[in-house]
Design a protein around this ligand. Sequence first.
Ligand SMILES: [Fe+2]
Ligand SMILES: [Fe+2]
Length: 450
Amino acid sequence: MSQIVIIENNETLRSLIEMIMMKCLGLNVVSQNNADEAMAFLETDFNNELIICRDNIGGEKSTLLIIEFLKNNKLNVPLIVLGEVVSDYPNLFCLNLFDDSSWKEIVYKAGAILNIEINLKQNLQTQSFTPVGINYFLNIGDSCIHSDIYIRVKKGDEYHFIKRFHAGEQLIQKDIEKYKSSGLKFFYISKDQFKDFVDQSTIDLALKLGDKKKSGKDRNKLNSDSYNLTAERIQCLGIDEISVQLVEASVLSMKESLGEKNALNAFLESLQSNKNSYGFAHSYLSCLILHQIAHNFYWFTFRVKEKITLITYFHDISLPEELVGYNSADEVMSSQLVQSDRDLINNHAMLAANIVGAFEFVPEEVSSIIREHHGATNGIGFPSNLNISISPISQMFIVVEDFVDQFLKIKSVPSEADINRILSKIQSKYTKLTYEKTATALSKMIQLKK
Ligand SMILES: [Fe+2]
Ligand SMILES: [Fe+2]
């Protein structure tokens, strides 16, 4: 069976890639924490079809070390770098991922290199039992498992698989630790349960989000990861039971952050140091600002606030991360994008409204505001005139999102002059009804913060 090696220290990302690669590519995946561990393994096993390696791990120049190893051993294995590296190694593919949860891109790249067509719904797993590293089970905390878990024992020349934990059972960390200290490296999942097992693993992140102890920067990073994971899952697999669970956990976690003391300041601070995705950052910041200016509008009740949280979370859910920043017809026109991406951007408000409509817990009004969130009543295109027939919440959202987009597009820390420039543009552009009131409330809020 073909084998690939992953060298990555982020356990969540590694487990996800590992299991999805096994499921969708039908490959055996060997995980390593750093280049040193990986080289010790590669010395004993030369039969690898692909290596995926983080550029730097904890100060170690991991990819460069691996390249040197491959050259010294005259190996020409394809190497996907998660990050950036400069080298003359001929079989090198750099993936400059915007954040850590872009597992989909990594899986597609691996499929392209190995000439295997990827269908994320398919289970290409061919082995009767698939090994899953024991650390994965140490990562998930005491939780209910949804697949039977086996260990492998050798009897004579043959391997036998013995069920150790049953589906539906509570997995206790202490038991797993005992197996680990006895030297066990892998548990095994049967072929017929492997797809469900992989699906379940994607909601682990959602379970972690329930951790009330997380706050500030840590929670923002988690919210950002889970937003991306959820959006990607919906975009490629549609809405299934797991997407719904992810969305619910993800929205709850975002609410938890919104309720933290000085949430806006904490988020602005974390923006400087944190690699939040743009998709998440612009949604969350819009939400924070909308909540802060709410008291200027008599109709802004608690229920409206709840709706605003859902609108900001979902409004661009139909767009992949790299297309979220396009917010006007001009930007799309002057871009180098292919026609299918242009069409997707043009229709994204309508598509997002359709996606949201499929979630039973989301009120209907949320979906209609998402459809209007660029001003077009049918959710297609970017009208240049202010549409005064759309709902006041939509008008409010348009003004705040415009401000947030201009604010986030400033590469360095925005100066007072930058903010004043953005505000004066906003005030001269939005001169009618709730548009105008929102622009005024926004200026007032920012003047007070100075
Ligand atoms: Fe947006
Ligand atoms: Fe949008």
